[in-house]
Design a protein around this ligand. Structure first.
Ligand code: AMP
Length: 294
């Protein structure tokens, strides 16, 4: 496994690669969710590149940029074991040198949901992902459905800016009690960690109602919301039903797939989770069928 720690070295490495290249962009502190993306990339491509970069421009001033967990030696060990070919580890100074002035703003789909709570977040994401696409020129880039709005924003950007690549969307990897894996789970106290399984229980309850025939988005949200409200430590930011592709809000009963998403805070830690209804769409084939390849 080669580690490219500068813009020059990743460009040089890329020039000498042949075959298909899969890119998995991450912020490090890697867990089994990240590694599931790597595994998919490994299956599909001749070369797998993982980037590790805690991107300052996607954190709002009140967020956890400096506290964000970082453990490069352990990340490199995991990636080596996963059969990754190249790891790109730039610094903020390399990515945003002096007098940096260029940003990518995806409009409609960045608004609402996370866009409302995290000002400037998707502008930072779209900017850094564009830079990674330009530097690495992957054939396919892998993203987790865990960050459903991020997927929608990047797919829109790839189409709008004609990036010549495919986006592969991978299902959410969960802990045994159903909590979606996240680098931020490390912030939870033991009590909060136990309480956090309520997100998955809420999702499952709404999913079960859907399977029994409930098709009204507001009722499905209400079912999830009531379960979340039963957990005293849960500070609910939102529960929402949207079109999985466009993120348009859904309020009318529909047979079209529904993205049910939620954000709940435990102390200062914001946890995201979501599910696509019907439930059988939450695997890679189902996600591709629902969202398309780019
Ligand atoms: P991050 O390091 O949090 O920026 O995540 C890097 C990539 O891993 C993103 O595409 C995330 O959506 C994805 N990811 C994070 N957590 C999970 C998870 N539990 N299951 C699947 N993908 C995930």
């Amino acid at each position: 496994m080669q580690v490219a720690d500068s813009i020059e070295s990743i460009r040089e490495l890329r020039k000498n690669l042949s075959g298909t290249v899969g890119l998995v962009p991450t912020m490090g502190a890697l867990h089994a969710g990240h590694l599931s993306l790597v595994e998919e990339a490994r299956k599909d491509n001749d070369v797998v590149i993982v980037s590790i970069f805690v991107n300052p421009t996607q954190f709002a001033p009140n967020e956890d940029f400096s506290a964000y967990p970082r453990d490069l030696p352990s990340d490199l060990q995991k990636l080596r074991q996963a059969g990754v070919d190249v790891v790109f580890t730039p610094t903020p100074e390399m990515m945003y040198g002096t007098n940096y002035q260029t940003y990518v703003q995806v409009e409609g789909v960045s608004q609402g949901l996370e866009g409302e709570y995290r000002s400037g977040h998707f502008r930072g994401v779209a900017t850094v992902v564009s830079k990674l696409f330009n530097l690495i020129q992957p054939d396919t880039a892998y993203f987790g459905q865990k960050d459903a709005q991020q997927v929608a924003v990047i797919r829109r950007m790839v189409r709008d800016l004609n990036f010549p690549l495919q986006i592969a969307v991978c299902p959410i990897t969960r802990e045994t009690d159903g909590l979606a894996m996240s680098s931020r789970n490390a912030y939870l106290t033991q009590e909060q960690r136990e309480a956090a399984s309520v997100l998955y229980r809420a999702i499952q309850k709404a999913g079960a109602a859907y399977e029994r025939g409930e098709r009204h988005p507001d009722i499905l949200c209400q079912i999830a919301l009531e379960l979340l409200q039963s957990e005293p430590l849960a500070q609910i930011e939102y529960v929402s039903a949207n079109d999985p592709k466009t993120l348009a809000a859904r309020h009318d009963a529909t047979e079209q797939p529904i993205l049910l998403s939620m954000v709940v805070k435990f102390g200062k830690t914001r946890l995201l989770d979501n599910i696509i209804l019907p439930l059988h769409l939450n695997n890679r084939a189902g996600l591709t069928e629902t969202l398309g390849n780019n």
